[in-house]
Each structure stands twice: as C-alpha cells, then as structure tokens.
Design a protein around this ligand. Structure first.
Ligand code: SF4
Length: 266
C-alpha cells in the first residue's frame, strides 16, 4: 500500500482506490498510464472507482516496518482521496488519515472534492497535515467541461477556507493551467479567490496538443508564472512554479522568478 515517492515534500505515497469518478478530460495522466498498462480498458472503467478493501489491514502490517523512514505521506497520485459525493472513499480516507496520524505521520493531500468538517478535529487528525485543492478555472462552465464529476469550484474553495480558518495548512495546485485557446480567463480572478492559502503551485497544461498550438504559449506561461509569483510575494504565500512550465531565457527581467522556488512539486 505504502510506496516510496520521488517528490521532495512527501517521501511516501499511497493510492487506496483504483480509478476516479471525477473523470477529468485534460486528459488525466493516471488514467492514461492505467490504460497503457492494461489495468483499465476504457474511460468508463476509470470513472467507476474500486476501493482497495484491505487498505487498513495493509497499513497495519506495513507501518511498524516503515514508520521510522516516513516523513509525510502523499494522498494521492493516481486517484482522488475526497472524490466528490463518493462517501465510501471519503470514509476510508478519513480512517487512513486517522491511522497515519496515530503513528504521528503527517499527510499531504490534493483533491478536487470537498473537505469535510471532521478534519478540524485535532484530537484525531494531525494539525500539520497539508490540505490542497486544484483550481485551474475561474468559472464552473469550464470546470464542467474538463472536470465533469468533480466538485463545483466554490464548494472546493469554501471547504478549504474552513480548514484554513481552523488553523490548518492549506495549498492550491494551479495545474494544469490552460492556454487561452483552451480557456479564455483572467488568472487574477482565481488568485483573488484563493488568497488565504499557505502555498500555491503553478504548472502548465500537459498531454494536450492544443497548448503548443497556441502561438505564444511559452511567453504566455512566463507571464502567468510571473503573475502568480508576484501575487504570492505581495501576500507572503509560498510559491512553487513547476520546472518546465516557464522559459527563463524569454523573460527580460526575471529577478522575481529567480527568487521563486522552481520545483517539480507534483
Ligand atoms: S481528479 Fe485527478 S485522478 Fe481523478 S480523474 Fe481528475 S486528474 Fe485523474
């Protein structure tokens, strides 16, 4: 169940569900990999998630051996831990968090669902867990097109704000951020809505030819990264721009971006 991850912010990860009902059409990298390796046959297969029913038993076996090596566990790389309106997944994720936190292991989460109130209970869940949501659209019209079964944006943000107001660490992934030929929007509208978070991670839209067909896409991503980095600097928000999302050679004055942490965050 627990496996080593290659990212710097959480050295272990787990995926307790096969598939994801959100059915993102960017497309979803996890779905593409599962299709390539024959684990699933179709998009429909992918959007009918199957829980790993013995997850907690596996954790009970693995944690005594691994807990001294784990700093944080990431949930999840290939599914969503708070799948919108899938109570079975939510309940299992809460049990996993409780189990990890009992052993004083912190978790870093990312979701396109709605975080429940229960997470504010410090007697059960570690206050150093980090709760993240993905927000790449300013409007639910676009969200419905590319994240059809995920939670509406306002619900995601409201739930994250509730965790922030309870003193918990929150972050937003702005990846995959679309080029204007995919979605025309003002990035500042998104930034204004998420200005309360502790960290913003920005990354470009991948695995879709439309991005590189946009004539000035390199300049576009440079200016979007600059917008995010300046916003974060003004508000003292930690900022990560994913490597490969910008081209430093094309930026005439890149002092701000040089100060920003360029990272393979996700
Ligand atoms: S929420 Fe994540 S795992 Fe689920 S379909 Fe979307 S991109 Fe894939």
């Amino acid at each position: 169940m627990l496996y080593k991850s290659c990212v710097e912010y959480a050295n272990y990860s787990l995926n307790h569900v096969e598939g994801c009902s959100h059915g993102c059409t960017y497309p979803c990298y996890a779905m593409m990999m599962k299709k390539r390796y024959g684990v699933i046959k179709s998009y429909q297969d992918w959007t009918e998630p199957k829980i790993v029913s013995n997850t907690l038993e596996l954790l009970d076996k693995e944690l005594p051996k691994l807990k001294s090596k784990i700093n944080k566990v990431f949930l999840c790389f290939t599914t969503d831990p708070f799948m919108y309106q899938v109570l079975e997944v939510e309940q299992l994720t809460l049990k996993i968090l409780k189990r990890l936190n009992e052993d004083k292991i912190k978790a870093v989460l990312i979701s396109k669902g709605v975080y429940p109130n229960a997470l504010t209970d410090r007697a059960v869940y570690n206050e150093q867990n980090e709760y993240g949501i993905t927000v790449v659209f300013s409007s639910d019209d676009y969200r419905r097109r590319f994240e059809p079964q995920a939670a509406p944006l306002d619900l995601r943000v409201q739930a994250l704000k509730m965790l922030h107001d309870a003193g918990l660490k929150t972050w937003v992934s702005m990846e995959p951020y679309p080029t204007p030929n995919i979605v025309k929007q003002d990035i500042r509208e998104i930034l204004r809505k998420i200005s309360f978070v502790d960290r913003i991670v920005f990354g470009k839209w991948n695995y879709n030819k439309s991005t590189s067909q946009f004539l000035h896409y390199k300049n576009f991503y440079n200016s979007m990264a600059y917008e995010v980095a300046s916003f974060c600097e003004q508000r003292k928000i930690e900022c990560h721009i994913k490597k490969g999302s910008i081209n430093m050679d094309l930026i005439p004055d890149n002092r701000l971006l040089e100060r920003t942490l360029l990272t393979c965050y996700l």
